[in-house]
Design a protein around this ligand. Structure first.
Ligand code: SF4
Ligand code: SF4
Length: 318
């Protein structure tokens, strides 16, 4: 049995999209960090960056599909040179915009003006903070990552993020070890209590994500001999209740070069959409995306394990 058949058998058949609620854009794989769990293997040495032409293509795609919001990710999106122009164009076209920020990049001189820019444009921020404890964050993201993240969060709070109604700030947790995330609601309460007590930091929601066995996280599993056990854990934790909310059913993602994928994990695997038309945001035939058959594989068991996992957090029973 190949991996795709195994997931589809577990899911009771092929997955098919039911509209587009979110258009994601991965604007490049350049990052100021090299986190141990990064499924994209993003880092300072990467060169992939979305061009202005592809950004215009994403804006046009969003105009045609009218998603609830456009979700910008990377790498560190702030390191894409035309990010501000992209956000302005999306906002001027009436799209709500979310940016996934790693926080630390906001403390670098080159990106120091982004918090004010984000606040002025009403951009929602989804910020990585894999623990409220320094040793865990630095173990995953590198020395000094926790201190820089806290500095950025304090600054964002001062601008109204996580406090004012129009300035949403969600945090993202993912496990340090080869384990599933704990219950999202309970962990959110822990984060809220600890970040408030230690730093006076406020945020809106905590999103718990499972690590997908790809990229640097997979390299780590192989180094420690945990790959088979982690894949077994994902399969044995299969939760049919998560299937209806899998993010690939209601979104697509455009990569830096314009190619379109069902999700950021398929992007990392170089598995573009299979909707019977060119899988490029600059090509015709994109209306078929809304009802396309999703390309699945063994990595999909990470989305369906336990409480389920997506870019918007747990999928059920959190
Ligand atoms: S996980 Fe995020 S912050 Fe870390 S290297 Fe990857 S893209 Fe950069
Ligand atoms: S990995 Fe991607 S395609 Fe597979 S279930 Fe998750 S979101 Fe869907």
């Amino acid at each position: 049995m190949n991996a795709q058949t195994e997931f589809e058998r577990a899911a009771g058949g092929k997955l098919r999209a039911r509209g587009i609620e979110v258009v994601q854009a991965n604007v490049g794989l350049v990052c100021n960090q090299s986190c141990s769990h990064c499924h994209q293997k993003a880092g300072p040495g990467r060169r992939e960056i979305m061009s202005p032409e592809v950004m215009a293509g994403v804006t046009a795609l969003a105009g045609a599909l009218r998603p609830r919001y456009v979700d910008i990710t990377g790498g560190a999106p702030e390191l894409a040179p035309r990010l501000k122009d992209f956000i302005v164009a999306l906002g001027d076209a009436g799209h709500a915009v979310t940016v996934r920020t790693n926080l630390t990049v906001l403390t670098t001189a080159a990106c120091a003006d982004f918090p004010e820019f984000y606040a002025a444009r009403g951009v929602k921020l989804v910020a990585s903070l894999p623990c409220y404890l320094e040793e865990n964050v630095d173990a995953m993201r590198g020395p000094g990552a926790y201190a820089a993240s806290i500095e950025a969060l304090i600054r964002l709070n001062a601008l109204g993020y996580g406090r004012a109604p129009g300035l949403k700030l969600d945090l993202v947790y993912n496990p340090l070890a080869a384990a599933l995330p704990p219950g999202q609601k309970a962990l959110e309460a822990d984060y809220r209590r600890e970040l408030a007590a230690r730093w006076g930091i406020a945020f809106n929601n905590l999103l718990c994500l499972a690590n997908v066995p790809l990229g640097r996280f997979l390299d780590g599993l192989r180094r420690t001999g945990e790959e088979a056990a982690y894949r077994r854990l994902l399969r044995e934790s299969f939760n049919p209740g998560a299937l209806a909310n899998l993010m690939c059913l209601t979104q697509v993602i455009v990569g830096h070069d314009g190619r379109i994928y069902d999700c950021d994990f398929n992007l990392a695997l170089n598995l573009p959409v299979n909707h019977g038309a060119p899988a490029n945001v600059l090509a015709p035939g994109l209306d078929a995306l809304a009802t396309r058959e999703v390309v699945t594989g063994a990595h999909c068991f990470a989305c369906s394990a336990g409480q389920g996992s997506s870019c918007a957090g747990a999928l059920c029973g959190a």
